[in-house]
Write a protein that binds this ligand. Sequence first.
Ligand SMILES: Cc1cc2nc3c(=O)[nH]c(=O)nc-3n(C[C@H](O)[C@H](O)[C@H](O)COP(=O)(O)OP(=O)(O)OC[C@H]3O[C@@H](n4cnc5c(N)ncnc54)[C@H](O)[C@@H]3O)c2cc1C
Length: 375
Amino acid sequence: MSSQDKRSGCDTLVIGGGTLGLMTALRLAERGVEVTVLESSSPMGEASGVNAGSLASQNKMLAMMPHALEALRLWGGMADYLGADVGFQKVGGLRVAMDDADVELLARSSGEQSRIGVDIEWLEGDEIRLRAPFLGEQVRAATYSSIDCLANPLLFGPALLRKAVKAGVRIEAHASVATIEQQGTGFSVGTQDGRTFPCGRLIIAAGAWSGELARLLGVHLPVALDVNMIGVSTPSAPFMKGVVTHVRGILTLKQVANGTCLIGGGWQGKGSLGSGHKDIDYESSLHNVRLAVSVIPAIAQRTLLRQWAGFEGVSPDSCPYLGPLPNVRNAYALTCARGGWTLSPILSKMLSELILDRDTALPFKAFSPGRFTHA
Ligand SMILES: Cc1cc2nc3c(=O)[nH]c(=O)nc-3n(C[C@H](O)[C@H](O)[C@H](O)COP(=O)(O)OP(=O)(O)OC[C@H]3O[C@@H](n4cnc5c(N)ncnc54)[C@H](O)[C@@H]3O)c2cc1C
C-alpha cells in the first residue's frame, strides 16, 4: 500500500450513508471491524432523512413479517442504544378498508398475519368508531395492532451518526463513488473528486442508486425508482391516534408529537436518478389528500403546509437485497427494503452477522442479491 492508501484504506467500505449503510457500519464497528462510509451528499440526507417515520408492521409483506416484528422490538430500545431521544412512540396502528374488495383483502392479509402470531383485532360497524372515533363513515372495516409505532427521522439521523462516529466509523460526506476496481481479494474504490479508497470488503447500501453501483462490478441488480411524496399539515390539538394505513398501501397518516399530520402512501412524484431532481406531482398528491379526507374527515379542516418527495429503490419482488453479490468475492449489498427505515435495525444486524458469523437467525436466503441474475 502507498502512504495515501494507508491513510484511506479500511477493512470494510460501505457505499451509502443512509440508515441501512450507517446501521451496518455501526454494527460491524462494534465488533471490531474498521469501517469507512462513503456518502455522495450528506449522511441521512436522502430517503432515510425525508421519510414519514412510520414504524408499522401490518403493512409489511408476509415474508418480511418476522423481520418487521424483530425490528419493532429493536426500535423499542433504540433511544437507550443510541443514547438519545428518537421520538419513538408505541401508538398502535389501524389498517383500513373502504370497499368490498378492500375488505376481502384486509381479511385475507390480517388472517395470514394472525396465523404467524401477530396480535391483530378485527373491527367493523360500531366497533370501528368506538376504537377510533376519528375514522370516517366510508371506512368499512379496519384492523388494529397495538405494536405499530412511530419515530422521528430528524432525531434518529443525528443520533445514529453520533453513535457511529463514537464507535469508530469513519464517514466521508460528499464522496461520490464513480469507479470500483477489484484488486486481488479486495477493491479500489474511486470517488468523483479523484480520491481512492482501498478496502478488503465492500458493501453497497446506496438506496435507489444501488443498481448503478453494482453495475460498476458487472453485477445485474435490478432497482426500480419510486419517487414517494409526503405532505405535512398545520399543527392542531390531538384529534387522532396511531399510524393509519390503507390495506392497498395507498395511504399512511398520523398526527405526530408537534400536532402536525403527515400524509403519505406511495403516491408518485416526479424525478429521475440521472438529474437527482425530485418534485411533487400535484395531481397525484391531490388523490392522496382526497383519500386522507375520506378516511379521516377532520383532515379537511387542516391546511397542507409543505410537501416533499424522496427517492426509494425497489426490487422486482419488493423484498430487500441482503447478502453477497453474485460472482464477486467480498462484495455485499443491503438495499431496496420496502419500509427500509423500519427494518434497518434488523436487516443491518443480519448482514453484519452473515459477514462475521456466516449465519443469522432470521430467514435471509430469499433476499439473495443474485436472485434475478440468471432470470
Ligand atoms: C418520502 C418517503 C417516505 C417514506 N416513509 C417511510 C416510513 O414511514 N417508514 C419506513 O419504514 N420507510 C419509509 N420510507 C422508506 C425508507 O425511507 C427507505 O426504505 C430507507 O430510508 C432506505 O434507506 P437506505 O439507507 O437504503 O437508502 P438512502 O437513505 O437513500 O441512503 C442511500 C445513500 O446512498 C448515497 N449514495 C448514492 N449513490 C452513491 C454513490 N455513488 N456514492 C456514495 N454514496 C451514494 C445516497 O446519497 C444516500 O444518502 C420512505 C421513503 C420515502 C422516500
